[in-house]
Design a protein around this ligand. Structure first.
Ligand code: SF4
Length: 257
């Protein structure tokens, strides 16, 4: 009982902190149960390198294999091990380690970002820098514990100087992302930033007005919104992102703060 009360108090605190951050005030209508890069020593850019040969296909799961937790964990483990030694694209040359995912694969909500940055490359976990801390605050304000969602990226290795992944790099890495989404099979995917939205088929290259719209990836609803790193530079857009995330909660039939 005391644990439950503590969780509710903590959830309320997280929400108030987030509301203060975006300039509003509020409490959940129903309490939700707990459920900068520094100097970069990395290599020279590889813009002019020729693209690598077409990658070998990744091992496929058995047809119809979905979702017993042990199958899911096994599938993700195989993919993670494959990504750890992967050389399918030029990004392998500059990584410290590949960055597969963090969080809970037994979740209804997946966030997909762009690619690892300096801190992620060092630690081997996605969203652990300042942008990750902001994402964690948003996740907690939604009523989830920090590791109650699953978080991954379009590419698993850090692009030089944090540039946007090139199409051939994202394409080479796509089987990992597809495999993750296929294994976790969430109820909703949130695409963080235009790169993620594009690579989940949510926006035509060159298209405008992609944020805040519902789409679909392999039958799973996708909400595209701004990347937390963009919000660090442009905090005036936090309110729009929070509106998008409240829409996600509605789609999940969860209480909306
Ligand atoms: S970014 Fe993806 S495809 Fe490229 S080397 Fe890393 S794991 Fe392989």
């Amino acid at each position: 009982m005391s644990d439950e009360r503590d969780a509710l108090v903590q959830a309320a605190r997280e929400l108030v902190a987030w509301e203060e951050e975006i300039g509003g005030i509020g409490f959940p209508a129903v309490a939700v149960p707990a459920r900068a890069p520094s100097a970069d020593p990395l290599r020279q850019p590889v813009h002019d390198e020729p693209p690598p040969p077409a990658p070998e296909p990744l091992p496929k799961p058995a047809a119809g294999a979905a979702a017993a937790p042990q199958d899911r964990a096994k599938r993700l483990r195989v993919l993670q091990e494959e990504a750890a030694g992967c050389t399918r694209c030029r990004l392998a040359a500059g990584r410290t380690r590949s960055v597969f995912a963090r969080g809970n694969p037994e979740t209804d909500l997946v966030f997909v970002g762009e690619g690892p940055g300096y801190h992620e490359d060092q630690q081997g976990l996605p969203f652990v820098g300042n942008a990750g801390a902001l994402l964690d605050r948003m996740v907690k304000a939604m009523g989830y514990p920090r590791d109650g969602v699953y978080i991954c990226n379009v590419v698993k290795c850090r692009p030089p100087e944090n540039r946007t992944p090139k199409p051939d790099e994202a394409g080479a890495c796509k089987p990992f992302l597809s495999g993750q989404l296929e294994a976790v099979r969430p109820k909703v995917i949130v695409a963080l930033g235009r790169c993620a939205a594009e690579n989940l088929g949510q926006v035509d290259p060159g298209g405008r007005g992609w944020r805040g719209r519902w789409g679909e990836y392999e039958g799973v609803p996708v909400m595209s919104t701004y990347h937390p790193a963009f919000l660090l530079r442009s905090p005036q857009f936090k309110r729009q992102v929070w509106d998008d995330l409240k829409d996600v909660l509605r789609k999940l039939d969860k209480p909306v703060p």
